[in-house]
Design a protein around this ligand. Structure first.
Ligand code: AMP
Ligand code: TRP
Length: 354
């Protein structure tokens, strides 16, 4: 036996869902549901590692859910829910707090970025965040995790945690017959948790700010012009692309010519991702052209692809009872799966009562 392919991913309900979230994550969630069972989670427990106004958190949780549904995720064939409904995430995160080492977490760049200079004042939750993320994935024994490039390091840590748990408890896992044979490179190994594969691919694994091609497009950038929000209407999308930072050169004909030109590279990457093609292809069409030609074409394409999602989000969001029912039903199905894993985990560890 080997692990069955299962996809898991999460998005934080922290407002301002943007084009990077869509191209780097949500659109991949949609594509993967054709081939595999998928679980998509609105991670409201991760959200409170930084202060969130409660009413805003509720609103954003529903908004991310609406974005999932508007983008084409099928909540009946798959599972869509908010994390805090399934308390097994917190339970397994505690176990992982005791598996992961301080030294591992001390290397996490996202903590350093988010905590900033005042590290003493960051929440303990923000530091332990990657352990909760590992728990999200492994409580379902998920094998594949689609994310943007910024989550690579966290997924490495998830793999390390799975490996250490499998190793530390290997005798017990065998005695209880709870493990599974799996491939690890050339070798076949035995363990309880899979060594999860990140799915980070395509032309838009790291969408950059429209105001500064060296900075990631982010929910928390104070400038709204830096990002295209999934709720932006057609005029706003077109305006933001028109105002996007560029350089005075025409577009190159080869991708080589995009090196050292982060703003141009970003816009070409966005075009390629939206058109579901490659940077090479886009440059074979637009090489030698000025941005005065390329930007309107990009704006048309972006409006074409994104405006229908925004209007579908508005339609779905108007029916709050439906959104809440999706989360409740998903939460119930997720709980049953998570509890089955935790029954084994508790026995493996030696916690009485199961
Ligand atoms: P977050 O908003 O941090 O919860 O991110 C949700 C998903 O979107 C994660 O898979 C991120 O890696 C992805 N993501 C966030 N920002 C970007 C970006 N600028 N480009 C590509 N993917 C992104
Ligand atoms: N840390 C991810 C982010 O900020 C969100 C997340 C939480 C996640 N748990 C996850 C992503 C599990 C993938 C799998 O984007």
């Amino acid at each position: 036996m080997s692990f069955k392919k299962l996809v898991f991913s999460g998005v934080q309900p922290t407002g301002n869902l943007h084009l990077g979230n869509y191209l780097g994550a949500i659109r991949k969630f949609v594509a993967l549901q054709e081939q595999s069972d998928c679980i998509y989670c609105v991670v409201d427990m991760h959200a409170i590692t930084m202060w969130q106004e409660p009413a805003e958190l509720e609103k954003s949780t529903r908004e991310v859910t609406a974005a999932f549904l508007a983008s084409g995720i099928d909540p009946k064939a798959h599972i869509v829910f908010n994390q805090s409904r399934v308390m097994q995430h917190a339970e397994l995160a505690w176990v992982f707090n005791c598996v992961a080492r301080m030294g591992w977490l001390n290397k996490m760049t996202q903590f350093k970025d988010k905590a900033g200079k005042d590290r003493e004042n960051a929440s303990v939750g923000l530091f332990a965040y990657p352990n909760l993320m590992a728990a999200d994935i492994l409580v379902y024994r998920a094998t594949h995790v689609p994310v943007g490039d910024d989550q690579k390091q966290h997924l490495e840590l998830t793999r390390e945690i799975a490996q250490k748990f499998n190793h530390d408890y290997s005798d017990r896992i065998r005695d209880l017959g709870a493990g599974v044979e799996m491939k690890s490179g050339e070798e076949t190994v035995h363990g309880f948790f899979p060594i999860t594969e990140p799915v980070i691919e395509g032309e838009a694994t790291r969408v950059m700010s429209l105001r500064d091609g060296t900075k990631k497009m982010s929910k928390s950038d104070p400038s709204d012009l830096s990002r295209i929000n999934l709720t932006d209407d057609a005029d706003t999308i077109a305006k933001k692309i028109r105002k996007a930072k560029t350089d005075p050169q025409p577009l190159p004909s080869e991708t080589e010519g995009l090196k050292e030109r982060p703003d141009a590279d970003n816009l070409v990457g966005i075009y390629a991702a939206l058109a579901e093609t490659t940077r090479e292809d886009v440059l074979s069409q637009f090489g030698g052209q000025q941005f005065s030609v390329f930007k309107p074409a990009l704006a048309d394409l972006a409006v074409d692809k994104l405006a229908p999602i925004a209007s579908e989000m508005r339609r779905i969001s108007a029916d709050q009872a439906y959104v809440d029912a999706v989360l409740k039903d998903g939460g119930e199905r997720a709980s049953a799966l998570a509890e089955a894993t935790m029954k084994d985990v508790r026995r493996i560890i030696g916690w009485l009562g199961n």
